[in-house]
Design a protein around this ligand. Structure first.
Ligand SMILES: *Cc1c(COP(=O)(O)O)cnc(C)c1O
Length: 385
């Protein structure tokens, strides 16, 4: 049997080697604490689960879903964009598309926009599918540098003309995974001007829009003037409403891009289970108290980790959003060296920064989605090193 070359071209899965070591330790009865993955540990709010319980008994919901999402789902998504960000007047039919999680949308955007040999502008440290999605279609990645000195704002302006001549799409994502950086209006406006100049689609991945600490409230990219001419934004229920397992997200913005992505999807998947869409509608339009509670929880854990970092020889900027602390590794270590040391000597898993792209070298990502007692135990173990 011969598989396609693109499979061999994919980088090794981020956690494959770490998983192997973790399993070997667990087989010896060792208690390993994972601060690696970003997957909310607290349950989906009750009112959303209750909406699902009702929706699942509706026989209408048992049939094939709409490819583009139920009209009521898209209408609720657009209503949410208005209530939450003041982004008004989005047309649910032409400017909104349901996604089976934003990961699905990201991966399929490459089929819609990238021909073999085309470049995609990808944050130097970012969600891995921005890079692997290109490999799947024979596309090339241009890594936009991100440095601590420039606040981890991906530097698109340094992209060589030869790359720009073959580029159609640029990913941005603020609040940012893995660096936890946030962006300001001036950066977004520069990105819009750049996309206009070079005829690029901006895909803004807003997976962490609802997470904010110390009063920070993240914006939508679509609030910026002219954004809809060049941008689609992805929003997901996953991190905002503790719904990673449900697979519900949407894309909003530029109608031509929405149409192209919808064309790809209608040839591949058959939409989100309609009962899940009904539960997501409850998330969008029902009470929003769960967000405040979730942010209080993550902020407390963030403070716990930030308070301990100095003692364990690490430094990090205090995050205003996301569920991660992005810490410098001590001098003399690479990301992978340090992550391996923590696993081997403290039985604690963190994500090595280089796994997110070249700008991630020299950092580790500590996830806050672990119960407080386990987080405290992990910190104590690292301190004891
Ligand atoms: C978690 C995450 C996603 C995936 O979201 P789903 O909607 O669950 O597919 C996308 N982008 C970023 C940056 C993420 O951190």
């Amino acid at each position: 049997m011969r598989t396609a070359d693109r499979i061999a071209a994919l980088p090794p899965y981020l956690f494959a080697e770490i998983d192997r070591k973790k399993e070997a330790k667990q087989a010896q009865g060792i208690d390993v604490i994972s601060l690696g993955i970003g997957d909310p540990d607290t349950p989906t709010p009750d009112h959303i689960v209750d909406a699902m319980a009702t929706a699942i008994r509706n026989p209408e919901n048992h049939r094939y879903p709409s490819y583009v999402g139920a009209k009521r789902y898209r209408a609720a998504a657009c209503e949410w964009m208005d209530r939450r960000f003041g982004v008004s007047g989005l047309d649910p039919d032409s400017e909104c598309l349901a996604l089976i999680g934003s990961k699905e949308g990201i991966a399929h955007l490459f089929t819609a926009f990238v021909d073999p040999g085309d470049y995609t502008l990808v944050p130097g440290a970012g969600y891995p599918v921005y890079h692997t999605g290109g490999i799947m279609v024979g596309g090339l990645t241009h890594w936009m540098p991100m440095t601590e000195a420039n606040g981890f704002l991906a530097d698109f302006e340094s992209t060589p003309a030869s790359v720009l001549a073959k580029a159609k799409m640029m990913f941005l994502s603020y609040p940012n995974n893995p660096t936890s950086a946030i962006a300001n209006d001036e950066y977004f406006d520069r990105a819009i001007a750049f996309a206009n100049k070079h005829d690029l689609l901006i895909v803004h991945d807003n997976a962490y829009s609802e997470i904010g600490f110390d009063g920070y409230v993240a914006p939508s990219f679509l609030e910026r003037p002219g954004a809809r001419d060049v941008t689609i934004e992805l929003f997901s229920c996953s991190k905002a409403y503790n719904m990673t397992g449900w697979r519900a997200a949407f894309a909003v913005g530029n109608a031509a891009a929405i149409k192209a992505l919808g064309t790809v999807k209608s040839n591949i998947d058959s939409g989100i289970f309609t009962a899940v869409q009904d539960a997501a509608i409850e998330a969008f339009l029902g009470p929003q108290d769960s967000i405040r509670e979730l942010n209080a929880l993550y902020q407390r854990r963030r403070d716990l980790v930030m308070g301990a970092l100095g003692k364990i020889g690490l430094s990090a900027a205090t995050p205003k959003s996301t569920i991660y602390v992005w810490a410098n590794v001590p001098d003399g270590f690479t990301s992978a060296d340090f992550a391996t040391k923590l696993l081997e000597e403290a039985n604690v898993i963190v994500a090595p920064g280089n796994a997110y792209g070249p700008s991630g070298e020299g950092f580790i990502r500590i996830s806050l989605t672990t119960p407080d007692v386990r987080l405290e135990e992990a910190i104590a173990r690292i301190e004891a090193l």
